[in-house]
Design a protein around this ligand. Structure first.
Ligand code: TNX
Length: 542
């Protein structure tokens, strides 16, 4: 007790000295303004107090004892700063006295605080910067905001020169929609684990919390199913254009799920059925009505394949596939596709989807399906992913289901930007950066309200893309706009203001090595710089 008291007296004394020290060189700081920093998605509220928090090597990161998940976030922040600066930042318990240096606090919000579960408060004062949240997820989002306030060198190894000036102020922030997603099609072309991890890294920075993996289609089956091994050995052996394809082993898939989970991103697996199934039909003759295996397919047509909906073996197959994948998937959702089943009779389609949905439920998951699935049995636990037909979206809502908004005209990031784009399709496009930003989930379909909407998702179909660079080109910068639509309140969003903020993300995307599309609609410019070019002379002067 006495020791504690002495310590705290000493700490107060020392921090007093430090404040003097700090204040002695304060007038040489350039003015800072938190609101001039480009944060995407735009936070709910930003208030600048125009002073400076100095991030130098003396800063300690502090976290309240007891909650491992909060400590993990503190360690994550320390690691980010260590990578960027080469300096080891200590993570300490919050109640240890501060001997010297400014501190960054990771704090748990008191229950009952008017803050949504995934919201956060980033409070930057002159000697203390704190991130307060109810959940580790909220802290994570606070860290991503701080990351965007730091110079883009934070994205590179060893290039962030300390001290860094951080403008003071308060950011209070929370998302509008619970589901903010991207879909990656690994079926038309296969992308391996390192590429998927990169995509996850990118999504995390923009507070996207769901990655939907389109794991099967006519051109390839990409996930190991132990009870049906030929799906991958044969069905995974090619891709659009005839390349060698590939697939995720169960270990690969678990690795992706864990990697995403660490960044608060949920994986939604999709097995598309009863159409888009040629890879399965080529691997197992018994899934075809005529009992004959089809040929592998490497073209780009859709709508020609269907599982045989009146054979019991089909449902055994669906049950095995859903069971094996659901076992490895901690998230609540399982996507069963259901789009463009042009070779399935409507009656058979509805029968099949209703049974597939029961199977998904029996394995403890909620079903998501493309909007055609609205014609099957649905209730309030199901999700209809709107991509094409407004009447399907409405029908789904009438049955009580929630909507996931992926309007092809705006959210399909596999579309070309304009006719000169080197990659992409154009059936719903072209889709420039403003098309991808200028829409609102609530105003797409008449009769829909915000409560009907689970969230937004940007699908990236992979007919025209073969490598990570290609993913980046179609994803960036449109994915930032989609992220903002999912996070930021509609009344706070304006294209004219957004394009300026987006322009300031050029250096950050470059620092991350992202091959983005430099749209002529965006005023690309240098980010606001808050490096301290001046010498820290204060300490020697005291
Ligand atoms: C339509 S969107 C599809 C996909 C294609 C995509 C290409 C949807 C549910 N189905 O099979 O890959 O267009 O843009």
């Amino acid at each position: 007790m006495i020791m504690d008291l002495r310590n705290s007296v000493l700490a107060t004394f020392l921090s007093g000295v430090l404040m003097l020290t700090t204040s002695s060189c304060k007038e040489t700081y350039p003015p800072t303004n938190l609101t001039q920093h480009s944060v995407i998605p735009l936070p709910a509220s930003v208030m600048a107090t125009n002073q400076t928090f100095v991030l130098d090597e003396e800063v300690s990161i502090r976290v309240e004892e007891g909650d491992e998940s909060f400590k993990n976030e503190a360690l994550r922040l320390a690691e980010m700063l260590r990578n960027a600066t080469g300096h080891d930042f200590e993570v300490e318990e919050a109640d240890k006295p501060a001997w010297f240096g400014n501190s960054i606090m990771i704090k748990k919000a008191a229950e009952g605080q008017p803050l949504p579960a995934s919201g956060y408060v980033l409070d930057i004062q002159e000697t203390q910067l704190s991130i307060t949240a109810l959940s580790a997820e909220g802290v994570f989002y606070g860290i991503q905001t701080l990351r965007q306030i730091l110079p883009s060198q934070v994205e590179k190894t060893g290039e962030l020169q300390s001290p860094v000036l951080i403008p003071t102020g308060i950011i209070r922030d929370w998302p509008q929609y619970e589901y903010r997603g991207m879909m990656l099609d690994v079926a038309r072309h296969f992308f391996d684990v390192p590429a998927v991890k990169k995509v996850i890294d990118y999504l995390a920075l923009y507070k996207i919390n769901t990655l939907h993996l389109h794991l099967s289609d006519d051109q390839g089956w990409r996930i190991e199913i132990e009870s049906w091994p030929n799906l991958t050995t044969h069905g995974g052996s090619t891709e659009v254009g005839g390349g060698e394809g590939g697939f995720f082993t169960k270990e690969d898939y678990k690795e992706i799920v864990a990697y995403a989970g660490d960044k608060h991103i949920t994986i939604v697996p999709e097995i598309d059925m009863p159409g888009h199934t040629n890879a399965a039909l080529a691997s197992y003759p018994e899934l075809n009505c005529d009992g004959k295996a089809t040929e592998l397919y490497t073209g780009m047509k859709v709508g020609f394949s269907t599982l045989c909906t009146d054979k019991e073996i089909t449902y055994e197959f669906v049950n095995d596939v859903v069971r094996e994948i659901a076992e490895m998937t901690p998230g609540p959702w399982f996507h069963i596709g259901g789009d463009e089943s042009h070779s399935t009779e409507q009656e058979d389609y509805e029968y099949f989807m209703s049974r597939a949905r029961e199977i998904v439920k029996s394995h403890g998951k909620q079903m998501i399906g493309w909007d055609e699935v609205a014609h099957a049995d649905l209730d309030e636990t199901d999700v209809v992913q709107f991509w094409a037909k407004e009447e399907n979206a409405l029908l789904g809502v009438q049955k009580g289901a929630k909507l996931l908004m992926s309007p092809s005209k705006h959210a399909y990031i596999d579309m070309k930007y304009d006719e000169n784009s080197r990659l992409g399709l154009d059936w719903a496009g072209p889709s420039e950066v403003d098309d991808a930003y200028n829409w609102d989930p609530v105003h797409l379909v008449e009769g829909i309200e915000k409560v009907d909407i689970l969230g937004v998702e940007a699908p990236l179909w992979a007919e025209t893309i073969e490598m990570l660079d290609d993913i980046e080109y179609l994803m960036f910068p449109r994915i930032l706009g989609i992220a903002e639509i999912g996070w930021t309140a509609t009344e706070n969003r304006r294209w004219d203001e957004y394009r300026v903020r987006l322009g300031q993300h050029r250096d950050r995307m470059k620092a991350m090595g992202i091959d983005f599309y430099e749209s002529p609609l965006v005023p690309w410019q240098e980010e606001a710089s808050f490096f301290m070019d001046i010498e820290m002379t204060g300490e020697g002067d005291e």
